[in-house]
Design a protein around this ligand. Structure first.
Ligand code: MIC
Ligand code: SF4
Length: 640
């Protein structure tokens, strides 16, 4: 039986185990990436592991999230990350260079390699035929220290593309279509592998857009074959030597197939407040808009911004609309400047902001009260823009640009605006923003730590009796943005867990942190897909700091589940989902004989308030059992 491409790459990186769905395997990690908002924790943890040079072929520390330097905090974090990068042989990408995933695609991604990143959109590298996985910071720190990563082998779902995209329809519409069909939990436990003739019609940056938003499906990663389009992209970046052709075996076995005929797709939008709440732009109608934001790791490539410039050329942004553009990389911005496209953008009345995540993570450009904001980003969770009552719609760059001119949501094909072909370009190497590590620096650099950087909390060994009171009851699809909000107010405190703890679940229940402080041990009750979204391990470290002992849910999102285990918090899955209603706020719960129950991988939680007991599945691997018993991953590693 033929193999999917992803399994072939996993097999060439296998350290232990057997590549079959559900098995835990250890794989070699060739490359890692970190960004600054998760990076401070990663590098604190790396320092705690006391290693010399990283064991990967390449590790890069990007600065792209915490870019507003409204106080000393962010700049201190940047200096800290730079110093640790230099001490351990990590390449440092200075603020201003661009967004980690775009930069990694342009400069370092290599077909067939493995990449682990402390950001959920690391799968962007799948556009280049990589196995690129997003993970919690500690997992990335360990991958740097040991060169390996343990993962449960996902099933592989095949998305077979045929046909060709019509005018005004682009890669963003492909992934929005897939999200509509599969939903935000449709990819959990899966790798999404794209094949079929339609793939040949998509450039690497198109593929990267699709692979990037596979994170919104909950997928472990997404991957495209490496073919002549991959070669053309690498050549355009001056990296032809990194090319190798890769594809799935003929007759590869998949867990399922989703057929998508590209020629049938229309411009789409994800409506507030979920990336899978998708409909066609035509069906949604010409709603009035207040803001348009173009950029993010999903849609800020050279081609995307050239299309935007071509649409805006000679036109004016509508008087009621604020159009803001954040390019994906300095190299893209400089090319737009060289060829005049930047002038076309500026002359239309657009605001150009830094090459960074910016508005995507609420770092500035929050829309006005009650606004409708069209964004080319990947997440439209409530409040993520920084404005709680704004409605964010996720669209393609083409739809965003043409709507900015019209002042309302518009399907470009109805507007009479022309959409020219974008000729391909070649890019000169520019490493002005890169600080390469040197052996001399490794020896001489000390850790630079500002006063806002506080130690991360550590758990203790699992007790035999774990008691907790229910401090919060939630519904389905709770995001890590809900658990630990992030915006320009809070991002500067990503290296200060005690400070962040006051804001845990702030937007859902502002009394949560206070309640946790008053009781000695709390539990959270959730629904399906608990912890979807960002990889931020703060969504586990802050609850740990607030003495959360376990989370009861119908299912968990992959990265957050790992982050909980890494912190020694038990993620427990209802054996009978109907038991969810047995748990209410304030109920006192206990897990008796916790150590032996965890070893047996099934846990009974006794509700002391009602007298009823319910069974929970853990789905723990053997390694996860050890981590839970030791009170988290760092404790386990230190004990080894
Ligand atoms: C996001 O898009 O939510 C982020 C900000 O990039 C996060 C990382 C973080 O919270 O720092 C992610 O996607 O992992
Ligand atoms: Fe940055 Fe937004 Fe991409 Fe996250 S999703 S890495 S915040 S651009």
């Amino acid at each position: 039986m033929g193999k999917p491409l992803s399994y072939k790459i996993l097999e060439t990186h296998l350290v232990s185990g057997e590549v079959a769905p559900g098995n835990e395997v250890q794989i070699k990690i060739d490359q890692t990436l970190t960004q600054d908002s998760t990076g401070t924790m990663v590098y604190l943890q790396l320092e705690a592991m006391d290693i010399g040079k990283v064991k990967t072929e390449l590790s890069v520390a990007y600065i792209d999230h915490n870019m507003l330097q409204t106080g000393f905090e962010n700049a201190d974090d940047h200096a800290f990350i730079k110093s640790v990068a230099q001490r351990h042989g990590v390449v440092f990408s200075k603020p201003g260079n661009g967004i980690c995933h775009q930069l990694h695609l342009e400069n370092y991604g290599i077909p067939g390699k493995t990449l682990l990143g402390s950001d959920s959109h690391t799968p962007t590298g799948g556009g280049l035929g990589m196995i690129a996985i997003g993970a919690g910071g500690l997992d990335v720190a360990v991958a740097m220290a040991k060169g390996t990563y343990s993962v449960t082998v996902p099933q592989v779902l095949n998305v077979r593309l045929s046909g060709e995209l019509g005018p005004w329809v682009s890669a963003k519409d492909v992934i929005l279509h897939v999200l509509k069909r599969l939903t935000v939990k449709g990819g959990v436990g899966k790798i999404i592998e794209y094949t079929g003739d339609g793939v040949k019609k998509l450039s690497v940056t198109d593929r990267a857009t699709i692979a990037n938003m596979g994170a919104e499906l909950g997928a472990t990663t997404s991957i495209f074959p490496s073919d002549e389009n991959t070669l053309a992209y690498l050549r355009s970046q001056g990296r032809e030597q990194d090319y190798s052709p890769l594809c799935a075996d003929v007759g590869a076995a998949y867990c399922g197939v989703l057929e998508v005929d590209l020629s049938t797709l229309a411009p789409l939008a994800a409506m507030p407040h979920s990336p899978d709440n998708v409909d066609t732009v035509k069906n949604i109608g010409s709603i009035k808009i207040d803001q348009v934001a173009i950029g993010s790791c999903t849609n800020s490539s050279y081609t995307d911004l050239m299309k935007v410039a071509a649409i805006l050329k000679g036109k004016k942004v509508h008087p009621n609309v604020s159009l803001v553009i954040s390019p994906g990389s300095a190299r893209t911005l400089s090319k737009l400047a060289e060829n005049g496209a930047l002038a076309d953008i500026i002359n239309s009345g657009a605001r150009i902001i830094e090459n960074a995540c910016g508005p995507c993570i609420g770092m500035g450009q929050s829309p006005k009260s009650g606004a409708v904001s069209l964004r080319t980003f990947n997440r439209n969770f409530k409040g993520r823009s920084g404005t709680q009552d704004a409605g964010v719609y996720l669209v393609s760059p083409e739809t965003a640009a043409v709507s900015a001119i019209c002042g309302h949501l518009a399907d470009g094909s109805d507007t009479g605006v022309a959409l020219p072909e974008i000729p391909s370009e070649t890019f000169a190497k520019n490493d002005s923003f890169i600080v390469y590590p040197s052996d001399a620096d490794m020896q001489s650099t000390g850790v630079v730590m500002g006063p806002n950087i506080k130690p991360f909390p550590r758990n203790s060994r699992l007790a035999d009796e774990v008691a907790a009171s229910v401090a919060l009851c939630l519904g389905d699809n709770v995001t890590t943005d809900d658990i630990m909000p992030s915006d320009s107010r809070l991002l500067p405190y990503r290296s200060n867990i005690p400070y962040l703890s006051d804001f845990c679940f702030e937007k859902i229940d502002s009394g949560f942190a206070k309640r946790c402080r008053e009781i000695d041990g709390c539990a959270i009750v959730g629904g399906e897909n608990y912890g979807q979204g960002s990889s931020r391990e703060h969504a586990a470290l802050v609850p740990l700091y607030l003495k959360v002992k376990f989370v009861l849910a119908k299912s968990f999102a992959r990265i957050h589940r790992s982050n909980l285990i890494n912190s020694g918090i038990l993620p427990l899955v209802f054996e009978h989902p109907a038991d969810r209603s047995e748990f209410q706020m304030g109920h006192d719960l206990v897990i008796e004989n916790a150590v032996s129950q965890v070893k047996n991988k099934t846990v009974t939680v006794k509700n002391k308030t009602t007298g009823k007991s319910c069974t929970f599945l853990t789905h723990f691997s053997d390694l996860e059992v050890l981590m839970i018993l030791h009170g988290g991953k760092i404790n386990y590693i230190k004990s080894e």
